[in-house]
Design a protein around this ligand. Sequence first.
Ligand SMILES: *[C@@H]1O[C@H](CO)[C@@H](O)[C@H](O)[C@H]1NC(C)=O
Ligand SMILES: *[C@@H]1O[C@H](CO)[C@@H](O)[C@H](O)[C@H]1NC(C)=O
Length: 454
Amino acid sequence: MAAWKCRTALRLCATVVLLDTVVCKGVVEDLDESFKENRNDDIWLVDFYAPWCGHCKKLEPIWNEVGLEMKSIGSPVKVGKMDATSYSSIASEFGVRGYPTIKLLKGDLAYNYRGPRTKDDIIEFAHRVSGALIRPLPSQQMFEHMQKRHRVFFVYIGGESPLKEKYIDAASELIVYTYFFSASEEVVPEYVTLKEMPAVLVFKDETYFVYDEYEDGDLSSWINRERFQNYLAMDGFLLYELGDTGKLVAIAVIDEKNTSVEHTRLKSIIQEVARDYRDLFHRDFQFGHMDGNDYINTLLMDELTVPTVVVLNTSNQQYFLLDRQIKNVEDMVQFINNILDGVVEAQGGDSIWQRLKRIVFDAKSTIVSIFKSSPLMGCFLFGLPLGVISIMCYGIYTADTDGGYIEERYEVSKSENENQEHIEESKEQQEPSSGESVVPTVQEPKDVLEKKKD
Ligand SMILES: *[C@@H]1O[C@H](CO)[C@@H](O)[C@H](O)[C@H]1NC(C)=O
Ligand SMILES: *[C@@H]1O[C@H](CO)[C@@H](O)[C@H](O)[C@H]1NC(C)=O
């Protein structure tokens, strides 16, 4: 039955793939060694992939859609893909180190895409990076239009100046993340008050902040800190990105599907603190919520009960938890102030001890996830070495053998995992006692560690 289902699914896949290649032919160009000479003055968006990599395969249909859309809107950006394993010397010239790597190539410059791998995000990136580095905003209407379109953007106001040079430098590096504009004073809304000119401003969260060289330090790092909205729906990728900001990140860890008051209240408390205490906290804090505790548990190597609030220090990987529920905005503000005053004890961190803990933790979760997704595979991988040892022990201490459970195990292999059946079956005959650990145990991280060291 299952085998039949599988075959049908395969046939379906084959049809889809066929359709895919027919539709997308000519939209995404397959690049080879001639690309280096032939790319001329064109702007290229290239996916450097490896045929064997899973994430690359996941990207492929999205990439075809990107190609299709770029073509249909008449974008000057050409979309291509290159098998980086076949043309490794070209790939390494473009600085490709992992797969898939998405780059926009514009003259001598190569911009890395590091955002979420969705069609819309990739296309937005291509538009932003392929266009002018600094876009002039000639009128108030234009300004308002941009305000509607972009949640966060930077504006330089003033004429030629050393600050403008720095702004251009920063933009050439950070255009991969955000938008840069220039405008005259008349163009910005009336609520903007400038103490001096020239100035660099960020518009976000329905307000604006002015860059202050003395308080904010280097312009690039200020832009890097300010390029996020004050309150965000967090995921693993975003948290990784926020690592560059060195800010503390306050997260309501909730279950978004749970409509009970505990969950919804916690989210709105954090939102309220983010909005009403912006002036007080925005330099040091980033706020948001995260759906589910899976990611955060892995990050903290802890088991958080949802809903809860956790504050992460992105510069040293420490975190802060409160031992009681946060009931209102005052509770949260108190918690934040206590953290800033050093009253709350930090947990985690990046000490050697923590790193060791991380290695053991990762090994443990790998084993657990292998057992969860395919118990038989787990037994096979981790049971076999144990099995060999037990055969030896068995052989040394007794002469009896027990064939009974071998058959039992064969049953397990049949129902649990069709694909594995073959390998298992043949192994079975060689190593009958590997059946010893049919019951998943999670005591072998050491084993893995030793293997890793070899
Ligand atoms: C929603 O959250 C509350 C409080 O944490 C919990 O007691 C309840 O079981 C959850 N409901 C669902 C449907 O998960
Ligand atoms: C966060 O980490 C940095 C770097 O170790 C440290 O200087 C800072 O005091 C920490 N912040 C808090 C609130 O502990």
